[in-house]
Design a protein around this ligand. Structure first.
Ligand code: ZN
Ligand code: ZN
Length: 116
């Protein structure tokens, strides 16, 4: 079953469009006050850009909506996390690209968080 990568790819793509994921993602943003949680541990204040799965969803699909399995990261930290897993990084960049294309969501999110 897990040998069918193409099917899984579509599954992930679909997952990142679901309202469940979007709700979890925005909850994590709020929880982290819009700041990178990894940088914060080192006393650095950096704007959080992406909610990352600590255990990747291709490794543990059951934890895709586990709040404790998510972390808000800045672009640098997120890239660093994915450099170790090159196929996933490739995939992630792809969906980030899709995500950022067309909608000015980053600015909107930032302003929403700051006005709170
Ligand atoms: Zn960071
Ligand atoms: Zn990630």
């Amino acid at each position: 079953m897990s040998k069918n990568k193409g099917k899984y790819h579509k599954k992930y793509d679909w997952f990142y469009q679901t309202s469940e994921w979007k709700a979890l993602r925005s909850a994590r943003f709020t929880y982290a006050n819009g700041l990178c949680e990894r940088c914060r541990r080192h006393g650095i204040v950096a704007e959080g850009k992406e909610v990352h799965h600590i255990v990747p969803i291709d490794k543990d699909w059951a934890r895709r909506l586990d709040f404790d399995n998510t972390i808000l990261l800045c672009s640098n930290c997120h890239n660093a996390q994915h450099e170790r897993v090159s196929p996933l990084q490739k995939f992630n960049l792809l969906w980030e690209d899709l995500n950022n294309g067309g909608t000015p969501s980053e600015d909107g999110t930032e302003q929403k968080l700051k006005s709170k």
